[in-house]
Design a protein around this ligand. Structure first.
Ligand SMILES: NC(=O)c1ccc[n+]([C@@H]2O[C@H](COP(=O)([O-])OP(=O)(O)OC[C@H]3O[C@@H](n4cnc5c(N)ncnc54)[C@H](OP(=O)(O)O)[C@@H]3O)[C@@H](O)[C@H]2O)c1
Length: 216
């Protein structure tokens, strides 16, 4: 069983397709249903009680969790001088609180099932950016929580992967900005999903702790 947050669109949707094609049970936790998921947990993971509800519903599922893949995320293009508290709450709740709290609530089950965790961060979590400082801060935080999980799960069979891609051609920026800011040469979500699956398919004694992947 593969748990994917944000499998209703973009990279998460393509991952759900990859795993469905491979015969795995796919669980989507997102704002909307995923056409490839066997189980859809439709909740707003920005809200603490809904994260708790999602964790509870996952706990009730039979079967071994092989991986939890966090694709959930929202973009924000506010620059310094424009940033609003409402957007700080939205971006930090979605990009940081949701994966942090969900994994924390599921940690015993993750350890028991020897499940892997892969967080889709961003290259924005590895550099400073004046174009989108709030989004960048959220991705540094998500990368930090991934590193802390690596420490937490060091002596277990669970692998923890920090996956930091550059631009991917999804509706991600359009949802936030109202127009498509992606470019022709950005990576295809199906290629990114295939690569994530290849990383997780490696033998369990091989942990790719961090991937930084840029478009060429
Ligand atoms: N696209 C890029 O250029 C790019 C580059 C680097 C990193 N990333 C990262 O890659 C990840 C996936 O992004 P993507 O490009 O595939 O964008 P996407 O298609 O917008 O995927 C984001 C997913 O998160 C879900 N989501 C958003 N807010 C939620 C909430 N409050 N509760 C539950 N689910 C919520 C979305 O649901 P809905 O379908 O309902 O909106 C969607 O399924 C993100 O973490 C993003 O930061 C993207």
């Amino acid at each position: 069983m593969i748990i994917i947050t944000g499998a209703s669109s973009g990279v998460g949707l393509q991952l759900a397709k990859c795993y469905k094609d491979a015969g795995k049970q796919v669980v989507n936790i997102s704002l909307q249903k995923s056409e490839y998921a066997d189980h859809n947990i439709v909740l707003n993971l920005r809200e603490g009680p809904e994260i708790e509800k999602a964790a509870h519903l996952v706990q009730e599922l039979d079967g071994q969790i092989e991986a939890v893949i966090n694709c959930i995320g929202v973009y924000n293009g506010q620059k310094f001088g424009e940033i609003t508290e409402a957007e700080v709450k939205k971006v930090m709740s979605t990009n940081v609180k949701a994966p942090l709290l969900l994994i924390s609530l599921l940690l015993d089950r993750i350890k028991h099932d020897k499940a892997d965790i892969l967080n889709v961060v961003s290259t924005a979590g590895t550099v400073g950016k004046k174009e989108n400082p709030l989004y960048t801060a959220s991705k540094w935080a998500e990368r930090g929580l991934t590193m802390s999980l690596q420490e937490e799960l060091k002596n277990t069979s669970c692998r923890v992967i920090s996956f930091c891609p550059g631009g991917i051609r999804t509706n991600f920026s359009e949802k936030a900005l109202g127009y498509d800011a992606s470019e022709e040469d950005w990576m295809r979500p199906e290629d990114v999903a295939m690569f994530i699956k290849q990383i997780l398919d490696l033998p369990k004694n091989m942990e790719v702790s961090e991937v930084i992947i840029n478009r060429k």
